[in-house]
Design a protein. Structure first.
Length: 356
């Protein structure tokens, strides 16, 4: 038997204690509670209901339910509780800048020898949003995996149908199969990486890092790719610049951004890495001389799988997850990543890190 039930079983205590306890329970509940009388005027409500439905119109008590929430199915559910004594559950949507969604349980009650009805409003806005994000993510993953898989299957079938003996083409077909298998591999690696970072399970080993030397190493790793496109890599970070970061994660962020700056640059373009200290922050910038990003895309490119040109990104080996990974890594450092771009002139990505 719970503590509350034990207390209430004692008649004297019950009278004295029940009201204040119930009132405290109502006050602290995250669910909104609205009680109406027979005339559908509100006779009681709690703080959560006030926050959700008052919209600066003052207390809810004495108002008609229809003045507070305009929703036919909610009114019908309260009517059913008052007139037919029946409980029901409905989903309620409140329009606004951010659409709110509630799971509402409505039930008949009796108080002071008269009939009434109670509605308990459970806010499911965030649950719904997460469910939408989850479904979108799954559908994106399926799509991204299906494209290379379809290509692999088609080329395997072609080889099986006789092309394996075609000396002129069989090696080329095998290369396409390998390229698509590698793409799937990269994609799965990125998905796993993103899921580990997002789960908050990684711990950072923060240390003071000489940025100039660090950038040189990242440049070395990307030099053959830059050479292929005849891109010049310029390290403009001064020799005495230091940042406070996890070396592995910093390398991951810089590699992603410099790799993009090479990939999306104009042939024979330039990538410049710079550094400045501003308002207690260290800012690393990566600028390119590529085609730039238009403003409609600019605010979305850090989203998972968002690409300005999906086909081109795939062709040059992108997964569409790189910037989402960079965003999360910057945030777990207590920093942020941002972008500025001018069409036809190029883009500058900036990683902002706390000074430590
Ligand atoms: P991807 O694997 O496609 O490179 P990212 O998450 O790294 O995925 O980048 C998302 C998209 O942002 C890219 O597909 C591209 O459209 C755009 N983008 C990223 N970096 C640049 C850049 N330096 N210049 C122009 N567009 C870029």
């Amino acid at each position: 038997m719970s503590l509350l039930t034990t207390w209430f079983s004692n008649k004297e205590t019950k009278e004295k204690t029940a009201r204040p306890i119930l009132s405290e329970i109502l006050k602290t509940m995250r669910e909104g509670v609205i009680v109406v009388g027979e005339d559908t005027r509100i006779v009681a409500s709690n703080g959560a209901a006030y926050n959700a439905f008052s919209r600066n119109n003052g207390v809810l008590e004495e108002k008609r339910l229809s003045e507070v929430v305009r929703d036919l199915s909610l009114h019908e559910a309260f009517r059913k509780a008052l007139e037919e004594g029946k409980s029901s559950d409905i989903e309620l949507e409140i329009p606004g800048i951010e659409k709110l969604k509630y799971d509402v349980h409505i039930a008949p009650i009796e108080f002071d020898k008269s009939k009434g009805a109670i509605g308990v409003f459970y806010d499911i806005t965030q649950i719904e949003r997460l469910e939408r994000v989850r479904q979108e993510f799954l559908s994106n993953i399926s799509h991204e995996l299906r494209t290379p898989l379809t290509s692999i299957l088609a080329f395997v079938e072609t080889l099986e149908d006789g092309a394996i003996k075609d000396e002129e083409n069989n090696q080329r077909f095998l290369k396409v199969i390998r390229k698509n298998a590698q793409r799937m591999h990269r994609l799965i690696d990125d998905i796993l990486e993103l899921s580990i970072i997002e789960s908050g399970k990684i711990t950072l080993e923060l240390k003071r890092i000489n940025l100039n030397a660090f950038i040189e190493e990242v440049f070395t790793n990307l030099s053959s790719k830059a050479k292929e496109r005849r891109i010049k890599l310029k390290n403009e970070v001064s020799h005495d610049a230091f940042v406070f970061a996890d070396a592995v994660r910093l390398e991951q962020m810089l590699t992603n951004l410099i790799d993009n700056a090479v990939k999306f640059n104009a042939e024979k373009g330039t990538v410049i890495v710079g550094f400045e200290e501003k308002n207690e922050k260290n800012i690393i910038s990566i600028s390119d001389t590529g085609e730039g990003i238009s403003s409609e895309h600019l605010q979305r490119i850090f989203e998972r799988f968002y690409r300005t040109d999906r086909a081109r990104s795939r062709e040059i080996g992108g997964t569409g997850l790189g910037l989402a990974i960079v965003k999360h890594l910057a945030r777990i450092h207590g920093g942020e990543v941002s972008v500025a771009s001018a069409l036809g002139k190029g883009s500058t990505f900036s990683i902002e890190l706390p000074k430590g």
